[in-house]
Design a protein around this ligand. Structure first.
Ligand SMILES: Cc1ncc(C[n+]2csc(CCOP(=O)(O)OP(=O)(O)O)c2C)c(N)n1
Ligand SMILES: [Mg+2]
Length: 1107
């Protein structure tokens, strides 16, 4: 269809002119057409000007030419020959299907002197073609001259005035009375006739103007589907579609009253508070409600919304019906009753389940919490929607849908909108149609559209996915409701995106405290004189007799009373609760769980063997499935490993996935080229070499009752896809959701998702996520990029305190995991990879996992693990100790090299070459964050006499060094019983001292506490809500209940702010220190050349492995 479309465009000019000429010249309508086109160009940036202007007969013409070309290429012009040769043309489907109400042309005596029943003469045909062209012109370009702007600033600047009638006058179209009265047969591509097959020209023009040039502008003719175009035409052109019953009108008025009343109430009560009010676009509230009503009626049970600041509180109040008192409490500046840093009120999410009073059906509404970063939430909403559809078995999106609300400036300015749009039709990412609503107030902060976009509309981005765009004047509530109804029906019919562009204005400044006249004086002069939408609509309904003035007042007063009552109730609140604002509650997940109990991650060996065997097999019972020879070798090698009970990286990962699937945990892996794996190591999807789309994915066939496994190559986007997977992970804690970057450094194009959602989501929105980010990382001489996943950045955002050694206990590791914002690890063995992935699910809570993954280790002969390291009794090793000669005789070890990741294998090789296995111990820090203080201390104590070194291949200002250095010192300080320290500094109560050498424990003490009290017991003294302490459990005896009282966690475990010692000023009281071995600091993430890389690596290895 698309190619055919192009062909019509090419055919356009000669055809149009040839066929229309006679009638046009005679009747003067050529001028009308020309003017219609000119008017279309009036909107300055008219991308639609390039749109096709062809019809069914043009198609026939092209097709005839195509057939002729097929018979003899020389029979057509060389340009057509070239075009058809380019293979872009396919014969079009019938563009003019017979419509029920159409009659053959011969049935018309068209007043041109023809004889009824006789074949029409060429003039008659030309006349009809011209009318068709006019109709089509309206359908394509009508939106350009529609009256969309309530302020009429951006209305077409036609000479004279701009009413639709006069637009015609200004075309210099002067058809004779007779022409205007002539009946014209309506083509099958219009529905303006209703049941009538023909209409007088005058009526045709009137109806078209009403449909396409009034308060609605429909942009749809670029859609490459005749069925969809006809559907839209029908829904806008059919006579009477804009007729509303008195009940419907009263409902619109009531909703508009609430939307307007809410903002007015806030303005009255909190005049100096920012709320990003909706004034000027209040119709958005009834609009959203209409979309939800119609969608619910059509079967939707759950709606997930993403939206920016503008009108958010109003949406929560009047669309979600979040209790008003909870909303008002947010203005009171109250302390939170629960943990977390919280967020401003116009970012918070919510989740509500309620009865839809209009449809009498239950509906679940969620507004996803979002950061300031405009549009960043879009993919997150899509991922959450997709996940909810998946878990409900809603494969066509009939029950769960998403609505994304946008600001006009952000919608066209933010690239993530485009990236998200491109997920809309991908098999593993589609949410089966999103309704986008643009609260288009024709301004972004202080910048108006002339300076904020290069496209005619702020919605043009949607054209790339063939989404119809419904522009509508936000001052016409009935037009808006109609558009919303059509949008909801469109989504339910075609399951594709569509856009509603609510063209309104912003009555106040960007926020209520801003002065808009500084920057938009003329616009705001107009706005000040402009009546608000509610008043305009109320006047209209009063004038037509639908309501009385008293009724209007009483509806408004009733809502104000409701607000007043809620306001009074809000005043009685003493705390806000972040949990009231949770968008994705995991009911049942936390209840009844031991918050410190981690399920075992090892599994029975027979399970590993079963998974391994399945993973090494081509499809069973499919002898004809032809697999690539190279892959047959891969499968055979896998089978050998299984027989020898060892696993490489791919097998370790498959063991983790397979065993989780067996346990009913859904696994989803997504990212660029993940099915094969960027480094061709994974091969989860085997392709039949002879049959397109015939594939086999063994992980989907491990066990008959397993959970579903999904692995999907994504679009080439990091921002949208990572956001999507984050959203997916929010929905169900019992799923392992992984996103893999092609190379780790590409994750920086998704930085807002990392910073704003993954790192800080729990803290801001009490929302947990167990998302795994797999980030290929390692300096392997591949050039400045492709080397580093910038692990230092993730570490810098880790929330554990470098100067604080948490209390030691059996639950040290899980407590640390509980308290931190995310986990950062760099595993060196398949077994550890396997365990850390399984641990994501074994934990009684969820934390994101940032996992540096290897490249060369994928095939490294030593980077293999025996099954015994994955079977029952085995577990994730936060630090892998030295199990060689050095570890066996630690007293004689001269040097301990701590490292993380791939460089370990280089270090061991160099150590072997230098025959220093007994002198140098090499320890791998596999979990970098939270930092394994306890194990570092233990290992350092083991190698009492050794020099301690941190070796890393990344440059000094990168990698883990800056993160581990202070933590090493904290850990080393505890290698003696610090309570016996005679260092006066160590017990100084100078809690505000930030420059002198302080040790961690000094800073957690309050000045009122006796210095003699051992710090650990003081740590565990129960902390009453009034701040006083009493004698708590003994050292190390953790009061779990108290610990998990979120309020207390903050008091107990976060050091007071501002007390950290200055980096570099720390001196280990134990006399031990850790030094750095590796590259110097650098601006780049890697070395310039392979040669330089090798030279530097050798230097670092020699330096590290020397005694
Ligand atoms: C990514 C990003 N860049 C900049 C901002 C700062 N900012 C906040 S609102 C705003 C204007 C938004 O305009 P628009 O999208 O039209 O929404 P409106 O406020 O007009 O409803 C800007 C630039 C932001 N929040 N996010
Ligand atoms: Mg705006």
């Amino acid at each position: 269809m698309h190619r055919a479309h192009t062909a019509f465009s090419l055919a356009l000019s000669p055809m149009a002119h040839r066929n229309f000429a006679t009638w046009l010249l005679k009747s003067g309508t050529s001028q009308k057409l020309a003017k219609a086109t000119a008017a279309a160009a009036v909107r300055t940036y008219n991308s639609a000007a390039a749109e096709p202007f062809a019809n069914g007969s043009t198609a026939t013409y092209v097709e005839e030419m195509y057939n002729s070309w097929l018979r003899d290429p020389a029979s057509v012009h060389t340009s057509w020959d070239a075009y058809f040769r380019s293979n872009t043309y396919t014969s079009p489907p019938n563009l003019a299907p017979v419509q029920a109400n159409t009659l053959p042309l011969t049935a018309f005596n068209l007043g041109g002197g023809g004889v009824a029943g006789a074949a029409p003469d060429s003039k008659t045909i030309d006349d009809h073609l011209a009318v068709q062209a006019i109709i089509r012109s309206y359908q394509i370009r009508g939106h350009n001259i529609a009256h969309l702007d309530p302020l009429e600033i951006n209305s077409p600047e036609l000479p004279g005035n701009s009413s639709t009638k006069s637009i015609y006058a200004n075309f210099s179209f002067e058809p004779s009375e007779q022409d205007m009265e002539r009946q014209f047969k309506l083509p099958s591509t219009t529905f303006i006739g209703g049941d009538e097959a023909s209409l007088p020209l005058k009526e045709i023009l009137n109806r078209l103007e009403n449909v396409y040039c009034n308060k609605i502008g429909v942009e749809f003719m670029f859609i490459n589907s005749l069925e969809q175009c006809n559907w839209i035409r029908k829904h806008f052109e059919t006579p009477g579609v804009l007729n509303f019953s008195p009940e419907e009108k009263r409902l619109i008025l009531a909703r508009l009253t609430r939307a307007t009343g809410f903002e007015a109430f806030l303005a009255k009560k909190y005049s100096s508070e920012k709320r990003f009010g909706l004034e000027g676009c209040e119709i958005m509230i009834p609009a959203l409600k209409e979309i939800i009503d119609v969608s619910t009626e059509l079967g939707v049970e759950s709606v997930i919304m993403g939206m920016p600041h503008r009108g958010r509180l109003n949406t929560l109040a009047n669309v979600c019906r979040k209790p008003l008192n909870q909303i008002f409490t947010q203005f009171a500046g109250l302390e939170a009753a629960d943990d977390g840093s919280g967020d401003v009120k116009y970012h918070l999410g919510t989740y509500i389940e309620r009865l839809n009073r209009v449809t009498n059906k239950n509906i679940r509404l969620a507004v996803v919490a979002n950061p300031s970063h405009l549009e960043a939430v879009d993919p997150v909403v899509q991922g959450k929607t997709r996940a909810e559809q998946f878990y409900r078995g809603d494969q066509e999106g009939k029950k769960v849908m998403s609505i994304l609300i946008h600001g006009d400036a952000a919608f066209c300015g933010q690239g993530v909108v485009y990236e998200t749009m491109h997920l809309s039709d991908l098999p593993d990412y589609t949410t089966h149609g999103t309704i986008h609503v643009v609260a288009n107030n024709q301004i972004g902060f202080t910048t108006d559209p002339r300076f904020s976009r290069s496209s005619p509309y702020c919605t043009d981005v949607a054209r790339v996915v063939n989404a119809p765009i419904f522009h509508v004047n936000a001052d016409d509530p009935e037009a808006v409701m109609h558009v919303c109804k059509v949008a909801a029906e469109w989504r339910a019919t075609f399951h594709k995106d569509c856009v509603i562009d609510l063209v309104g204005y912003r009555r106040n400044g960007h926020n209520e405290i801003d002065e808009p006249m500084f920057t938009q004086p003329l616009m705001y002069q107009k706005i000040r004189k402009h009546k608000n939408c509610l008043d305009l609509y109320a006047d209209k309904l009063i004038a037509e007799g639908t309501v009385t003035g008293e009724e209007v007042k009483s509806v408004a007063a009733k809502y104000e009373n409701i607000c007043e009552e809620a306001f009074a109730l809000a005043k009685t609140e003493t705390h806000v609760k972040y949990k009231d604002w949770l968008d994705s509650p995991w009911s049942g997940f936390f209840e009844g769980k031991d918050p410190l109990k981690v399920a075992p991650t090892g599994v029975k060996e027979e399970t590993l063997i079963h998974i391994g065997n399945r993973f090494s097999m081509p499809p069973p019972n499919a002898a004809e499935f032809v697999i690539h020879k190279g892959l047959m070798r891969v499968l055979a090698a896998r089978k050998n490993m299984v027989d020898e009970k060892i696993a490489d990286w791919a097998l370790g990962e498959a063991m983790a996935f397979g065993s989780l699937l067996k346990e009913g945990i859904h696994v989803r892996l997504s990212g660029q080229d993940v099915e094969r794996g960027t480094f061709s190591h994974r091969h989860h999807v085997l392709h039949h070499q002879l049959v397109d789309k015939a594939t086999y994915n063994s992980l989907q066939h491990m066990y008959p009752d397993q959970a579903p496994y999904s692995v999907s190559n994504s679009s080439l986007s990091e921002y949208a896809v990572l956001g999507f997977e984050h959203g997916y992970s929010m929905t169900n804690p019992n799923a392992l959701v992984l996103w893999e970057a092609q190379f780790g450094d590409f994750s920086n194009t998704a930085q807002s998702i990392i910073d704003q959602f993954i790192s800080s989501g729990q803290s801001k929105w009490v929302r947990q996520s167990g998302l795994v980010m797999l980030l290929p990382h390692g300096m392997e001489g591949m050039g400045p990029e492709h080397s580093s996943c910038r692990v230092e950045r993730f570490l810098q955002m880790s929330s554990d305190d470098p100067d604080y050694f948490p209390p030691e206990s059996d639950e040290f590791a899980v407590r640390q995991l509980h308290d931190i914002n995310w986990i950062v690890a760099n595993c060196t063995t398949p077994a550890n990879l396997y365990h850390i992935l399984r641990r994501q699910i074994a934990l009684p809570f969820r934390k994101p996992l940032i996992l540096c993954t290897p490249k060369s280790l994928l095939r490294h002969p030593e980077a293999k693990s025996p099954f015994s390291e994955m079977s029952e009794g085995s577990e994730f090793q936060r630090i892998i100790p030295d199990n060689g000669p050095a570890g066996q005789n630690p007293a004689s070890v001269k040097k301990v090299v701590f490292c993380s990741g791939r460089v370990y294998y280089d270090l061991t090789k160099t150590r072997a070459e230098k025959q220093l296995e007994s002198d140098v111990a090499i320890l791998r820090v596999e979990q970098i964050s939270p930092f394994p203080f306890d194990l570092v201390k233990e290992q350092a104590n083991l190698y009492k006499n050794a020099e301690l070194v941190w070796a890393q291949e990344e440059h000094k200002n990168q990698g883990s060094w800056t993160y581990v250095q202070p933590r090493f010192l904290t850990a080393l300080n505890h290698s003696r019983d610090v309570s016996q320290s005679d260092d006066p500094m160590s017990y100084s109560n100078t809690t505000t001292n930030t420059t002198t050498t302080t040790t961690d424990h000094t800073n957690i003490e309050s000045a009122s506490e006796p210095e003699s009290k051992p710090w650990l017991s003081r740590m565990f003294a129960s902390n009453k809500s009034d701040g006083s302490t009493d004698g708590g459990p003994a050292t190390g005896d953790f009061n779990a209940a108290k610990h998990f009282d979120l309020k207390n966690v903050r008091h107990d475990f976060n050091r007071p702010a501002g007390n950290a010692a200055a980096p570099g000023a720390r001196i280990s009281k134990t006399g031990r220190k850790i030094s750095y071995t590796g590259r110097a600091a650098s601006a780049s993430t890697a070395t310039g050349s392979k040669a330089q890389h090798i030279r530097e690596l050798n230097a670092l290895l020699n330096d590290a492995i020397s005694t």
